[in-house]
Design a protein around this ligand. Structure first.
Ligand SMILES: *Cc1c(COP(=O)(O)O)cnc(C)c1O
Length: 251
């Protein structure tokens, strides 16, 4: 049995609940019809923070970046939490990830080989595992992701045709901070535009429709929604600044 999750003090529960509801209202104020899914990014934050939002706000979608941290949290927290893996994806961790029953989506698939490993490890009787293809819309070398255009189409085609245990949910980008700042001055964010263009290309090449767009974080989720995001990943404006990875007390 996993040890019970520590209970947050009431002040922390209240602060988290207020921060989440403030983000939810900002989203509702912009969303056209169906509001995008709000993924609360809980990396390096204690399981008690997640438990607090689960119980007091009824929140279910949480995002994590590190495989071992996700495995540990998933084992301790309620099994109807819908986890999103949003961290850098390594081939040798794909099987571990796919074996988390309530993993809702892997948002960072950036190679055919990793899609194959996720597919092969996903148990047939379980629900299909949702995946997003991570697209490197900014072309920065430090960012992972598939190049927009033809390369993204090829990975998408592989998932749709050869991965029966996966469901291609959409495309994801992290984007560059500089572009997010430029967009804050009233311009369109080029990363978000590039992701939308790539989605339209994939849809027409593969004859699929209604792919999702995962884009927007604490600093730019409102702009991302204006440009068509259906899945925003918001961490620090809900949970506060993150500790350095080494000193995090996550469990
Ligand atoms: C950490 C992280 C986020 C959340 O970032 P904030 O700026 O804290 O909202 C979103 N997406 C990815 C891929 C991340 O790694």
């Amino acid at each position: 049995m996993a040890s019970p999750v520590a209970v947050s003090d009431p002040a922390r529960v209240e602060a988290l609940t207020l921060a989440l509801s403030s983000v939810a209202s900002r989203i509702a104020a912009i969303a056209q019809s169906t509001p995008p899914r709000l993924v609360a990014v809980s990396k390096l934050k204690p399981a008690s923070d997640i438990q607090a939002l689960y119980a007091s706000a009824g929140h279910r979608h949480f995002g994590e970046n590190y495989v071992q941290e996700l495995v540990d949290k998933a084992a301790q927290l309620p099994d109807d939490i819908q986890w999103h893996f949003i961290g850098s994806l390594q081939s040798n961790k794909c099987a571990t990830l796919a074996s988390i029953p309530n993993l809702f989506a892997v948002e960072t698939v950036d190679a055919v080989k990793k899609a194959r490993k996720l597919n092969d490890a996903r148990i047939e009787q379980w629900e299909k595992l949702n995946v997003f293809i991570q697209v490197n819309t900014s072309g920065e070398e430090s960012k992972s992701g598939v190049a927009p255009g033809k390369e993204t189409v090829e990975v998408a085609r592989y998932i749709v045709n050869d991965c029966p245990r996966l469901k291609l949910l959409g495309l994801m980008t992290i984007g560059s901070i500089a572009r997010s700042h430029a967009a804050a001055e009233g311009e369109q964010n080029e990363d978000f535009t590039a992701l939308l263009d790539t989605k339209q290309l994939v849809e027409s090449e593969l004859g699929v429709d209604s792919l999702e767009l995962s884009m927007g974080m604490s600093q730019d989720f409102e702009d991302a929604i204006k440009q068509g995001s259906t899945n925003v990943r918001v961490g620090s404006v809900i949970f506060g600044a993150r500790p350095p990875r080494k000193s995090a007390q996550i469990i």
